[in-house]
Design a protein around this ligand. Sequence first.
Ligand SMILES: CC(C)(COP(=O)(O)OP(=O)(O)OC[C@H]1O[C@@H](n2cnc3c(N)ncnc32)[C@H](O)[C@@H]1OP(=O)(O)O)[C@@H](O)C(=O)NCCC(=O)NCCS
Length: 207
Amino acid sequence: MDYKQRVRNAVHDRADRQMNDRTRMAVVDKEVASRTSPIVLRPSNDDDVPAMLDIYRHHIEHGVGNLGAFEPTPFDADDLKARRRNMLKHRLPHLVATIDGVVAGYASAVLFRKRPAYRFTVKHSIYVHPDRLHIGVGRALLPALIQACASAGFHQMIGYIDSANVASLRLHEACGFRQVGYLRAVALRFGEWTDTVMVQRAIGPEM
Ligand SMILES: CC(C)(COP(=O)(O)OP(=O)(O)OC[C@H]1O[C@@H](n2cnc3c(N)ncnc32)[C@H](O)[C@@H]1OP(=O)(O)O)[C@@H](O)C(=O)NCCC(=O)NCCS
């Protein structure tokens, strides 16, 4: 089954579970119509950490994109600050999107693997504020992250997406990622084994 078919199937199979999403999207649609403030993208700074942490914690607890029981210890502000500084030290981008000066989402990349041969390949994360979903924040952030990774000299980007995460699958497809792997029953979330889709896109010249 190809990537597009998988996205289509996921949409249908999860229709019941998406009822809540639709309710939220209806609310957000009104917001789209009334949102006049632009989405502003910039590198994150330490002052953004509490807002980023709130977004992250929300998705850990509620979202299909969460890490659930795999997060070994609670993630706190100092951890996030340290991670962010470490990424910057290695020229790895860490970006926020803001609306009216308030953090609406963030995106970052880390090395795909630590061994030196993999030094030009990154894997990334993206999280949008639960009240700002589906208004284009992801569509603004991910291309900016791709650009920042390319500018920093990286060559390939890899993402791991829960197979039920329709929003993330669509976002990545729209941003030029293609499915390169399908990992069955690799995550245990809320007592259920879930599949992970591995996506990839080139961001530098092929050798
Ligand atoms: C995945 C995520 C980053 C998308 O960000 P977003 O700002 O809501 O997405 P956008 O509004 O920019 O829309 C991007 C695409 O996703 C689609 N999309 C967004 N929300 C969707 C939803 N609830 N259902 C179906 N598709 C959705 C949009 O249709 C859009 O595609 P289009 O431009 O072709 O129409 C966001 O949902 C999120 O933070 N989710 C929780 C954390 C997470 O799962 N992170 C990714 C882990 S791999």
